[in-house]
Design a protein around this ligand. Sequence first.
Ligand code: GLN
Ligand code: ZN
Length: 760
Amino acid sequence: MKTNVPGYPRIGSNRELKKANEAYWAGKISLEKLQMTSRQLRRQNWETLRDAGIDLIPSNDFSYYDQILDMCVTTNTIPARFQGLKATQITANSPELYFGMARGYQKNGFDLTAMEMTKWFDTNYHYLVPEFDGTQNFELAYNKALEEFEEAKALGIHTKPVIIGPVSFLLLGKIKEENLQVADLLDQLLPVYISLIQSLEKAGASWIQIDEPTLVLDLAPQQQALFQYAYNKIAAVLSSAKLLLTTYFGSLQDNTALTLQLPVQALHIDLVRAPEQLEQLLPQIPAHLQLSLGVVNGRNIWKNNYEKSISLIRKAVDSLGEERVLIASSCSLLHSPYDLDLETLTPQLKNWMAFAKQKVYELVDLANILAGNNDILVANKAVMQDRATADIIHKPAVKARMAALTAADANRKSEFRVRQQAQEAVLQLPLFPTTTIGSFPQTEEIRKLRADVKKGLITPEAYAASIRKAIEASVQLQESLHIDVLVHGEFERNDMVEYFGEQLEGFVFTKNGWVQSYGSRCVKPPIIYGDVSRPLPMTVTWSSYAQSLTRKPMKGMLTGPVTILQWSFVRDDQPRADTTLQIALAIRDEVNDLEQAGIRVIQVDEPAIREGLPLRRADWPAYLEWAVRAFRVAVSGVEDATQIHTHMCYSEFNDIIDSIAAMDADVITIETSRSQMELLEVFSSFSYPYEIGPGVYDIHSPRVPTVAEMTALLEKAVQLLPARNIWVNPDCGLKTRKWPETEQALRNMVTAAEKMRVAI
Ligand code: GLN
Ligand code: ZN
């Protein structure tokens, strides 16, 4: 049986590409050096896959920055504002233009903003959004796919070039010109794709992988129609090369019939996310079509359950025959960390995991099992058995607590109106109360403190004393600025998920488990391997200390269960909802302890609620229900007079406003300044009853907003919401800012709030 890898990570096992890119941007290494590093990385990847025995080895899955940006450059989809820069460059693949489109370009008299970036489906990878503004003249400007195919060929490795399909490329982009139709764009774009594909065929490519992941989304009929049109044209010109149409991250569902009609030689489906689609597809598969089964999870770090995979593969083989079945990872391994061999985890934990390189071996294992090697299967069963029963995973106390949860646990004692009065009586806040979102500038000094204590260079006592000093200074500053609800500043936190994960049971951290997030940015998500519990309070010491320094309310600061889940690698042996609920119970303990310690305002950040939304609308209600319930479980253990805040930086609440309201948070702070308060409209039309802090200034830039700008925004807010419900705060935390601008901006913000109080 043949094995197929849809894509491999490109950052390098030690993030070599990140380092080389950043050194190049900083002018520290030459372009030649960057290119040489990249060539080495590609070669290593190809050799790893070849040596493992993979049949369909990807090429053109490498990218300096992003594979969608690569396709923009390949097809000459250059936004109008970059045309001037392009004219000054010699070739389409000039790094100035390429990185300029990715990162913005501010030199040589140009001031060009970067292309927009957005999440790649429901992953934490971000791609650059193609812009179709009507000025682009599609042409095959730079044949990167061919270059990389030839490069591998020169090394004696026959690869399968990977390209993003024309329909997904268009649908994932933004049409910026009203009169442009996607069908017309497709018509103009197809000749470029055809030349590209023909060039690959001519160079000897036998398989070409075309990714059309938009086939797992809800599509309008006009969008569905684009596929048939495009692939009929493409197929018409091909003679020897075969097309492997690749889908991932979900199920084809209502796009099944149209997909099966496309004139391609093979179809790849994600059987990790949607194993049920195999049985639906098999009876309908046309006789010529091969099927690539994505059975090894490309998006998680767990060892594959061979028994489960084999049963899926056998089903396909029984129906199609061995020659028509390929064994594959569910999606590109881009979303997995590189190599488990580099980790020093406990042997038991390590034995349960597989990173990208190990997943490649798993594909070969599966092929070998099908060829009759039973030992591999037996060994794998033992691992699965170990995990199913391990004490470090399964905590009876946690499971019992989950089982004992009642509806009352997800409900505050009284309804919001009653709570609001109780809170007013205790907190005695003015109208337009001012606050911040939690973090204050993370200076070099603060970062060094945390690094030093981690390395053992300073004692925990010395570390704590220095953090207390930082808290003192921040409290003094906030008091002098007359802010109403203070924060301690989050100086002790490296990251809003890692800080909690490190203190919770059931979490483990890797040394090198990096995954590309965008460009040179990588994240190292915690791994949730077992039942989650909180052995000890996590934030109470810092918050109580901060509260002891002031008579004003000090806000306790926590990360919510959905956000902790979303930004971690999670268990695959229980539903996400259950894992979230376990985290919620741990946070609930912390919330209750903070209240006990005299903290009267507690903020539970949930910036990731929106990004957790499933790809298909039909799946939204179920997700929103458990996500909201988890939040409510986390915060409902407190008295009416304790004020619960939540914070979300991500915009667009239109289609989930009822769920936001169902969270029942006394106060929500959101990012609104850049949208000129437009985001508040939905809260207004929904008659959202709770208090809201619409961000009055953008924290992404060092620019100090004026009082007038902020009062103007607040006046808009007053048009939309009852004044009594409005808070005044920045868009998000201030950790990326510097102190001088922070102090100035907050001073102006408080002045703006004071003006509003007088005006009302
Ligand atoms: N409390 C966090 C902070 O202020 C919130 C960060 C976020 O919303 N992403 O940094
Ligand atoms: Zn935020």
